[in-house]
Ligand binder design. Structure first.
Ligand code: NAP
Length: 362
């Protein structure tokens, strides 16, 4: 198989670095363009990323000498060279919105980790196992943009990558109506390490700007339906969230309380989680975890350090499912925020878009 030619916009950042490690030996994708701001442009990648490289593995040899391009000034040249781009940049929202539109209009599909277009009604926001059908809204988006192959597809926020899948699988069966969630989020979610954010050692910060709104609103789009060329948000369940930053390098944990219209059966729920297979598993996409939800019976599991890397950091770990005195049930869940929650989720979405014919080789 000829590999798809891929560009990584924001390649020097925390998520961009993850994309680079995931492109290493990817069976379908070959990164041929690495781009970032004008500060990095013109330098070999290894020099541009310098001491900011914070992955557990070395920079892959193939990436070290690629000359970094300017995501903005070189957009035409980049769009020409690649079949699609991943985008993960730290810029003002309006600037990201424009940059992503620009690539789409240059007929270059954009698979985005940014939040700028998550609210755009004809941009699908996809967890590939859960709402893969939303990708078909791309036809309507392309009509609006006047493009043949260019479009934007986004992945949702990292905070909700564990509890939304776990709840989605049982939502219809029991009639989910109310959710309360507290998240305990790793510092890599802010693009930081303990070296760059020493204040986080031995500390908890009870505020992550914008995160609670995303954690409450984004599930409604994921649970929404397509109507007249738009994704219409679901009206229920109601979701309330508190998001805390905790001294953990990688891995977002969530404590979830949920109520339902129907009586819940814990054995049935565990069976539904164990047996669940989504479209990525059916299609056997390269980054699809074989077992999407791993349930742990032990009271002290899942644990961040033990379980965040399950199935290449693409699986979700769940435990402590039990009765609650105010809600019908409660449980704890965990996902890797820069793998399943960011770059890995982006790669899986791109694999889905290729397999379903929305991204093709030029
Ligand atoms: N970290 C996570 O777990 C996570 C999870 C989900 C989503 N996200 C989202 O992913 C995006 C990136 O996050 P991050 O944590 O990787 O941020 P980061 O580590 O701060 O990296 C930011 C990247 O953006 C580039 N950039 C900054 N200004 C630019 C400009 N004007 N033009 C082009 N590129 C520019 C930087 O390039 P230079 O090196 O040249 O400055 C760098 O490559 C954000 O939208 C974030 O919300 C992050």
């Amino acid at each position: 198989m000829n590999q798809y030619k891929v560009g990584i916009i924001g390649a020097t950042g925390m998520v961009g670095q993850r994309f680079i490690t995931l492109m290493d030996n990817h069976p379908w994708f070959q990164a041929v363009v690495l781009a970032a701001s004008s500060r990095s442009a013109g330098k070999p990648y290894a020099e541009a990323v310098g001491a900011k490289w914070c992955m557990d593995t070395e920079i892959p040899e193939w990436a070290k000498n690629i000359t970094v391009m300017d995501a903005d000034a070189d957009a035409e040249a980049i769009a020409e060279k690649v079949d699609f781009v991943f985008c993960a940049v730290d810029m003002p929202k309006e600037a990201i919105r424009e940059l992503e539109y620009r690539y789409a209009k240059l007929e270059c599909p954009v698979v985005s980790n940014n939040s700028a277009h998550r609210g755009t009604p004809d941009v699908p926001m996809v967890i590939p196992e859960i709402n893969n059908d939303h990708i078909h809204i791309i036809e309507d988006q392309k009509k609006r943009l006047g493009t043949k192959r260019g479009f934007i597809a986004v992945k949702s926020n990292c905070s909700l990558q564990s509890y939304v899948p776990a709840l989605s699988i049982i939502k219809e069966r029991f009639g989910l109506n109310k959710v309360l969630v507290c998240t305990y989020q790793a510092i890599s979610g802010a693009g930081k390490t303990f070296q760059t954010w020493p204040e986080m050692l031995d500390n908890v910060i009870p505020y992550i700007g914008g995160e609670e709104e995303k954690s409450e609103q984004e599930p409604m789009k994921i649970w929404g339906h397509m109507e007249n060329g738009q994704i219409v948000n679901a009206q229920s369940p109601s979701v309330t969230a508190q998001c805390l930053r905790v001294p953990v390098s990688n891995g977002h944990m969530a404590a979830v309380f949920a109520s339902f219209d129907q009586p819940v059966d814990f054995d049935e729920i565990k069976k539904m989680w164990a047996e669940f297979k989504g479209r990525p598993q059916e299609l056997e996409l390269p980054h699809a975890p074989k077992q999407f939800i791993h349930y742990f019976e032990e009271d002290n599991m899942p644990q961040t350090r033990l379980h965040r890397d399950l199935e290449g950091g693409m699986a979700i770990s769940v435990g402590r499912l039990r009765k609650d005195s105010q809600y019908d049930m409660k449980f704890v869940c965990l996902s890797h925020n820069t793998l399943r929650g960011a770059a890995g989720g982006g790669v899986l979405l791109a694999e889905l878009l290729c397999a379903e014919g929305y991204i093709n080789q030029k």
